[in-house]
Ligand binder design. Sequence first.
Ligand SMILES: *[C@@H]1O[C@H](CO)[C@@H](O)[C@H](O)[C@H]1NC(C)=O
Ligand SMILES: *[C@@H]1O[C@H](CO)[C@@H](O)[C@H](O)[C@H]1NC(C)=O
Length: 513
Amino acid sequence: MNLKDLNVISIQDDSFIAEICLLYLFTDRKKEFQGILSKLKIASDGSGKLTLRDILEISSESLKDWTPQTTGDLPCHFLRKVMALNGTARSTNLVQKTPNHQGCSEEGQIAGFDIFSLADINASDSLHPLDVLCAVLLCSDTFLQQEILSKMSMCQFALPLLLPALDPSKCTLTLWAVRDIVRKWRPHSLAQSRGFREESLVLMSMPTISFVRLGSCSFSKSKLLNEVLSPSQQHHDFFIHRDMESGNVPREIADGLVEISWYFPAGRENSDLFPEPVVVTNLRGDIESHWLQFSFVTQVSSAVFIVTENIGEREYALLSSLQGSDIKYYFTLHCNSGKIKESLGFLNQLAPVLKLDKSHLLMRENTRSNAGFVSKLQSTIGSIRSSTSKIVNLEDLAVTARELGIQVDEDCEECQSARKCTEEITEEIKDVATYKRKTLRCQGDLWKRLVKVEKELCQMKWQGPTSIEDYKSEWKEKLWGLCRRQNQCDLTEGMAEFIKGIGHLFPNLSRLF
Ligand SMILES: *[C@@H]1O[C@H](CO)[C@@H](O)[C@H](O)[C@H]1NC(C)=O
Ligand SMILES: *[C@@H]1O[C@H](CO)[C@@H](O)[C@H](O)[C@H]1NC(C)=O
């Protein structure tokens, strides 16, 4: 079963075709990408993008339990599970079909073939969950992207902030995709009054702290981050990490992905990790091969944690080039790394260049438990949070992204023209209640009376001695009277603008008006 069988790829989309054309310019990337798309059985022939409608459609297929058996089942599994807010949505484990024992001879040989062969090693090949996520998002239209990210946020999954593109020098900031997410929390300043704050993720300004990796690393940065952000006694995997099932499958297209996650206090002064919200971003892959994304996270962050195991000549040269910025860099090193002496030597040379002091180095001991290191990180983040003056929201991030040549999803023509239409309407609104009364004339008072009449027609509470027939026709007359009055209302200007706007976005719909 795959997406194509569901007949979900239906709408022509020029930008998707353009993206596919770009593929031909970047052959390596193209191969990786097409490899993933073909494993996922998503059509890569430019025949269109997945739409929200495809996913919301209810059919016998959508009610089936989606246990993925092949990589081609993974997009459906992810989409169905995430829509159902199931915490296992990101899993890419394939359920093995029961092996077929027929044909095995007593010696354990199948007509001259070995039982154990190299071909079998890849037979159970799964995909990295982030590859599936990136591929599905890149093949989805903007409405579906928005829905996926809203649902992911409800599941407390980290969200993609910079989505890798087919062209490795390009990536996209997801601003529109998180536009409609609203979060509620209780900062400690409101703990006494039991008040809370509720704000759109896009407009919420707060300090940002980023985590990146330099070189290879024997432990998982994302797992560490989950420990840092999880409330005590309540571990949560915000980020996919390599010790999760399928988390150790090599990533093919998701390197360069920047994910974002938020910590929100619940107003419990002795168990909250931080008294106010904190944003954390996580760059996947080595900074050396994702310099654009790295530049982006450094420019928007109050502090950047560079997780590394070794700083040698090459790393030193790379890090020296960061000279002159005001960003605070923190390093986490491994005590038992064989090259610790060399690393410390280079770090000492970097200290004046990057304005480092003792607090900027966090040593990770070689113990099995991360507990001590995690609390050291938490207190460092806490002090960065309370001392920083750099407070940014996602719209500020979009400004930085544009300066660096990163695309912002909201800059696409559809979003811009929809926004213009909306602004033309909302510009007129001075007072919401007055505007509603004036513009939405069929609703308001007429609507309320209509509802009362409909209710009485069902409930027949005040029928009294009148016969059912007479009583019903009396009230039906009232109903038609109110409907006639609704029909007499002229189309107000705001309504006309709305219909024009929506008709422009959906040409097929305008025939209805
Ligand atoms: C989530 O999906 C898994 C795997 O299909 C299933 O076993 C589990 O019951 C689901 N959880 C909920 C809460 O529906
Ligand atoms: C297994 O997969 C790897 C990576 O995708 C590939 O390079 C290798 O040739 C495959 N091996 C076999 C036996 O198919």
